[in-house]
Design a protein around this ligand. Structure first.
Ligand code: FMN
Length: 219
């Protein structure tokens, strides 16, 4: 199919080896930040923080977190141009949501007189996903995957290579980035940059997906 969206998505693939000499421009990083900020989330909760690992010092800190497991992803920590940590709030509260509703009003999206309706009505979705201990990390984590998918598409459009990584050590990341995470949890990250010509075994392989008729039911 020759549609430009499909071409972008065909070209995007999971990089296995980065060219450590190639860097993403500051302009493109700014585009990515806006694209991620515009991601949709349930009740517009935005229960995330995105930590962009750019400096050599931060890359070394991330590299250290692969000490115990997922070593196959470890080289990306220092060889990719940037790595984005997708962090979710495991205990999203009504006070967190209040900040969102404040912006709903100040942006002109929501009439001020609807404030309480929105705060109490929509937050029922969060409550339905919260256990007695206040944990709603399954629900908030799901929102970060929407941002991840959106980021992958934006990267495809920009012609920037990437590697989504669930192969990250959440516990060691929590220790190493304790201050920056402030209680948020990282279970997925995204290395971004440019593949190393001739050394990335995944580059140029055909896409491998189940057939349309296996995954769609059109009624
Ligand atoms: C949520 C998620 C986690 C993934 N984790 C890893 C990972 O830790 N390491 C890795 O090399 N690839 C990882 N992948 C890449 C997938 O294996 C890859 O997307 C899939 O095989 C399809 O290939 P493609 O991305 O090249 O189209 C992950 C992908 C997703 C979406």
């Amino acid at each position: 199919m020759s549609h430009p969206i499909i071409q972008d998505l065909e070209r995007r693939y999971t990089v296995k080896k980065y060219d450590s000499n190639k860097r993403i421009s500051a302009e493109n990083i700014a585009v990515l930040q806006q694209a991620m900020r515009l991601s949709a989330s349930s009740i517009n909760s935005q229960p995330w923080k995105f930590i962009i690992i750019e400096s050599d010092a931060a890359k070394q800190r991330l590299h250290n977190t692969f000490a115990n497991k997922y070593q196959f992803n470890q080289p990306h920590a220092t060889e990719a141009s940037h790595i984005i940590l997708f962090a979710h709030n495991p205990a999203y509260t009504k006070d967190d949501y209040r900040k969102v509703v404040d912006v709903e009003v100040s942006s002109g999206h929501l009439p001020a007189e609807m404030y309480d309706n929105m705060l109490n009505g929509a937050f029922a979705f969060a409550e339905a996903n919260t256990n007695d201990a206040g944990f709603n990390g399954e629900w908030t984590k799901a929102q970060t995957y929407i941002a991840l998918g959106n980021t992958l598409h934006a990267l495809g459009r920009l012609g920037i290579d990437s590697t989504p990584m669930e192969g990250v050590d959440s516990e060691l990341i929590a220790e190493e980035f304790k201050q920056e995470l402030n209680g948020y949890v990282v279970e997925v990250a995204l290395a971004i940059g440019y593949h190393k010509e001739g050394e990335d075994y995944n580059h140029g392989l055909p896409k491998s997906r189940l057939p349309i008729e296996d995954i769609f039911t059109v009624l």
